[in-house]
Write a protein that binds this ligand. Structure first.
Ligand code: HEM
Length: 155
């Protein structure tokens, strides 16, 4: 069974509700990642070099968080339309290369997935259902698999 219109709607509706608050959502998402995997902080050069400066002050932090959310939404739409994730080839190559360079491993994608789902659950508690969770999981898994595949080519 492919990704349904209802699943796409769940992903897009919750993202729309979160979008107005990307600043704080991005921050919560990162704090959750580092709560689950404190070592992951070392991968982000702009955090590694920041000493004890507060995380809130890093604009790049928001950029990565929003990329993950937006690309998972795009992945949901593509899954519904075509049954597959089609990130532009050039973009995917770049993503593969940058994540290999940063030292990202399979386990990190699981950490980021858990943090993503926890963040959405806490951001839209009134909308959150097992169906919504499953829809985000599937959209994320396909996207992560596409990036992973490209990482193997880049390694
Ligand atoms: C860089 C997206 C998962 C760590 C980036 C960039 C994007 C991105 C768009 C900017 C560079 C580029 O365009 O190539 C995503 C998406 C993910 C994901 C969509 C999941 C589906 C992860 C995971 C980790 C991670 C699991 C590890 C915890 C990093 C790091 C950088 C990066 C360290 C480089 C940051 C820098 O040097 O400024 N990612 N990422 N990403 N990502 Fe991810």
């Amino acid at each position: 069974m492919g990704f349904s219109e209802a699943q796409e709607e769940l992903v897009l509706r919750s993202w729309k509700a979160m979008k107005k608050d990307t600043e704080s959502i991005a921050l919560k998402f990162f704090f959750r990642i580092f709560e689950i995997a404190p070592g992951a902080k070392q991968m982000f050069p702009f955090l590694r070099d920041a000493g004890d400066a507060p995380l809130e002050n890093h604009p790049k932090l928001k950029t990565h968080a929003v990329s993950v959310f937006v690309m998972a939404c795009e992945s949901a739409t593509q899954l519904r339309n075509t049954g597959d994730v089609k990130v532009r080839e050039a973009a995917l190559k770049r993503l593969g290369a940058s994540h290999v360079k940063a030292g990202v491993a399979d386990a990190h994608f699981e950490v980021v997935k858990t943090a993503l789902l926890d963040t959405i659950r806490d951001a839209v508690p009134d909308m959150w259902t097992p169906e919504m969770k499953a829809a985000w999981e599937e959209a994320y898994d396909h996207l992560a698999a596409a990036i992973n595949e490209e990482m193997k080519n880049a390694a």
